[in-house]
Unconditional design. Structure first.
Length: 313
């Protein structure tokens, strides 16, 4: 089959390499792609991931059989819905389901409603309320812009002063744009972080192997959070016991919760987990392969990726 990948990072390169190994794939296209991907796929660098009409025209022109939407912005923006409406078999969550990543307030409310373990939190629409709440909150505390912020919209504040400055940055100065119209304030958790990526078909979930990334900039973890600067797989801290707990209390319950909310999730759910002293808890959900996680996980996958992608759709 002919496949189109939407995206242009290391993640999309890892997806392209996996597809190249598939016995079912004869030609790979990628928009916009990158120099590495161009070695194994036909790229069109003039088409951006948010140019839905151009992507659909390109998919038609190349007569592709399947489209794989990899990055968060087009997923949350509804590219899967647009491609499906145009008649393309498309891998990735539709807009209704991608809100799992697109709104931290949504995902926190979902976890609370369905008793999925996560940090305690409050949501705020106005900075005055947030500031009032912080006066009596225990430090350190975590501030999160509600919307997409390239993995950077999270501030860990050690003092009340830092937290006040953080509220100003997110909600008043709009450092992360409209992502900061709402803000989640969350209990600070300690422990080892692990990422688990999983394939989901709306009802069934098949987790892949674990991965662990290097989050914070600067030596000694002194800098701000980044979207992840390096990765390895598997995580030695992700034991069989942890895996059994997560399958029972986190993975399947999340899939069931999304279905129960009328938002069945098809695609990849990325579970960002913290292995706290009280057990594993969800830090965040992503509605896609992570980058750099995809780069260390996909190369270890033994199945033909297209069999799995096809089964999910
Ligand atoms: P997120 O985008 O929500 O995963 O947050 C980015 C990073 O911030 C995470 O990978 C953690 O390193 C850190 N973080 C987020 N929430 C918390 C929390 N409640 N407690 C401690 N660290 C957190
Ligand atoms: N590495 C984390 C992410 O892709 O969001």
């Amino acid at each position: 089959m002919k496949v189109l990948i939407v995206g242009g990072g290391g993640r999309e390169h890892a997806i392209a390499v996996s597809m190249k190994k598939s016995r079912r794939v004869e030609q790979i296209y990628c928009v916009p792609g990158n120099a590495g991907i161009a070695g194994i796929a036909e790229c069109n660098p003039s088409i951006g991931v948010m140019e839905f009409d151009k992507i659909i025209s390109y998919a038609r022109e190349k007569a592709v059989d399947l489209v794989f939407v990899a990055p968060d912005d087009p997923l949350v923006g509804g590219l899967v819905d647009a491609l499906q409406a145009a008649g393309f078999r498309t891998f990735g969550p539709d807009q209704k389901a991608a809100v799992l990543e697109g709104s931290k307030a949504f995902s926190k409310d979902l976890m609370k409603k369905y008793h999925i373990p996560t940090a305690a939190y409050e949501t705020f629409d106005a900075s005055e309320e947030a500031l009032r709440y912080l006066e009596t909150a225990r430090m350190p505390i975590v501030l999160k812009a509600d919307g997409l912020a390239l993995g950077k919209g999270v501030l860990i504040c050690n003092t009340l002063e830092e937290a006040r400055a953080g509220v100003k940055e997110i909600m008043e100065d709009k450092h992360f744009g409209s992502a900061g119209n709402r803000m989640v304030v969350e209990e600070f958790m300690t422990g080892r972080e692990v990422s688990v990526l999983s394939f989901v078909d709306g009802r069934t979930i098949k987790p892949m192997t674990s991965a662990q990334d290097h989050k914070r900039a600067k030596d000694g973890d002194q800098g701000l959070n980044t979207g992840g600067m390096g990765n390895f797989s598997p995580s030695p801290f992700y034991t069989e016991e942890v895996d059994a707990f997560c399958k029972k209390y986190i993975y399947q319950p999340t899939v069931d919760a999304m279905a129960a909310e009328g938002r069945p999730f098809k695609g990849v759910i990325f579970f960002g987990l913290m292995l706290t002293p009280e057990g594993p808890k969800v830090l965040e959900y992503n509605a896609r392969f992570g980058d750099p996680e995809a780069q260390v996980v996909l190369c270890r996958m033994k199945n033909d990726i297209m069999d799995v992608v096809d089964a999910c759709i």
